[in-house]
Design a protein around this ligand. Structure first.
Ligand SMILES: Nc1ncnc2c1ncn2[C@@H]1O[C@H](COP(=O)(O)OP(=O)(O)O)[C@@H](O)[C@H]1O
Ligand SMILES: [Mg+2]
Length: 383
């Protein structure tokens, strides 16, 4: 068992968005130094880090130089190629390791690995060309969703197929690239389990989080979804099974569908802190970013029990546009409720659909927490 990486050491983060920013904030709190590498300058993570390296993820020399100057490398951006994580691994431990990244950055590899581990997934079939798409439609039926195997987020790289005759148009829409066809799940609701696995194999999780999406982007997350004891146990077992089968060191999120029949199916996994886990920052003694730090440094994991009910609402760039005019939201309105906390990610350009920040509301019940988060956000738009 290797020695823990202790405060004073430097955490290297590949990627520079809000996930890296909040990880850097936790690292700073515990007295670590932070270095980030991405193609962007003055990035959300770079604003918090000690060092901001501006380089492309394909610049292997820059990655090696970066890794030489840190004590551990982790990532917040999943689409880093295996060559880059291998280059980093020559100089510092990469956690979770490059193989986890390699599997989860590709929907097909991810589904094949999870299904080989015996975990329950949305029915799917691999697609490599139009003929295999047509065969997949015959096998799974319609409606179905065609998703590119690589580089998808916030619903990008996806197209719905309502009838078999739409196959060739759908194939063109996704740019005729390697993909996966999934059956459309008529789900009751969506949930996630954010969990962490330490270097010693210890696994903890933050319970069941209900997720509501709007236009394929996460809109609202509410902690402590009350499912039956059997369903709750199944969700925990699935999350722990994913972490163990992939050998993850760090935080990982499993996105699940609860079907109308009461079954749980994995939609996808993200090998890092997740948007739905932001509510753990104020909601739990050890939030998901502090947990990620502990895990990748080989420290004991922290307490994941909730202080009270908690919900989170995302703040998208759309909030900066009212009736076609640009405006800066009046943040004091959102903070009128003293149990509401505001997070802004330091992004300069509020484009529609872009995640600019989030609001977390604490309350006595989950319904009240959800209402408070939504009300605080709505208050930003009212005059
Ligand atoms: N097979 C499916 N059946 C029903 N809804 C789906 C399916 N796949 C995706 N969705 C909807 O689209 C959202 C985004 O899809 P997801 O695969 O999670 O991609 P992303 O990488 O963009 O998060 C999901 O959270 C869900 O609301
Ligand atoms: Mg998703």
């Amino acid at each position: 068992m290797s020695k823990p990486i202790l405060p004073g050491a430097t955490i290297g983060i590949l990627g520079s968005g809000q996930l890296g920013r909040m990880l850097a904030q936790s690292a700073r709190q515990m007295g670590y130094r932070v270095s980030t590498l991405s193609p962007e300058k003055d990035s959300p993570t770079g604003q918090i880090a000690d060092h901001e390296v501006v380089a492309d993820y394909s610049d292997l020399d820059a990655i090696e130089q970066f890794a030489r100057a840190v004590d551990v490398v982790t990532f917040e951006f999943e689409n880093v190629a295996s060559e880059a994580t291998a280059a980093a691994a020559k100089h510092a431990p990469v956690r979770p390791d490059g193989q986890v990244l390699h599997i989860t950055q590709n929907r097909l590899r991810e589904k094949q690995a999870l299904s080989a581990a015996g975990l329950p997934l949305t029915p799917f079939a691999p697609v490599t060309d139009l003929a295999s798409l047509e065969a997949a439609i015959t096998k799974l039926g319609c409606p179905a969703i065609l998703k590119t195997a690589g580089f998808g987020y916030d619903g990008k790289g996806q197209v719905r197929i309502n009838q078999a005759s739409e196959a060739s148009a759908a194939w063109a829409v996704i740019g005729a690239q390697a993909a996966v066809l999934e059956q459309v799940v008529d789900f009751e609701l969506e949930l996630s389990v954010v969990a962490a696995r330490g270097l010693n194999g210890q696994v903890v999780d933050y319970g069941l989080i209900e997720n509501r999406h709007s236009q394929h982007i996460l809109d609202l997350s509410i902690a402590d979804l009350p499912l039956s004891a059997a369903q709750t146990a199944a969700a925990h077992e699935i999350a722990h099974g994913v972490l163990e089968s992939l050998g993850v060191v760090g935080v990982l999120c499993v996105e699940l569908f609860l079907t109308k029949n009461g079954d749980l199916l994995i939609n996808e996994v993200a090998p890092r802190p997740h948007n739905s886990g932001h509510l753990t920052i104020e909601g739990c003694p050890t939030g998901q970013f502090a947990q990620q730090l502990r895990a990748v440094c080989g420290l004991p994991l922290g307490d994941t029990t909730r202080h009270c009910a908690v919900a989170m609402a995302n703040l998208l760039g759309d909030l900066w546009q009212v009736d076609g005019r640009s405006q800066t939201p009046d943040w004091s309105r959102a903070l009128a409720n003293p149990r509401v906390n505001l997070h802004l990610y330091g992004k300069a350009k509020p484009r529609p659909g872009r995640k600019m920040g989030h609001i977390t509301a604490l309350a006595a019940t989950r319904e009240e927490a959800a209402q408070s988060a939504l009300a605080a956000r709505a208050a930003l738009l009212s005059n």
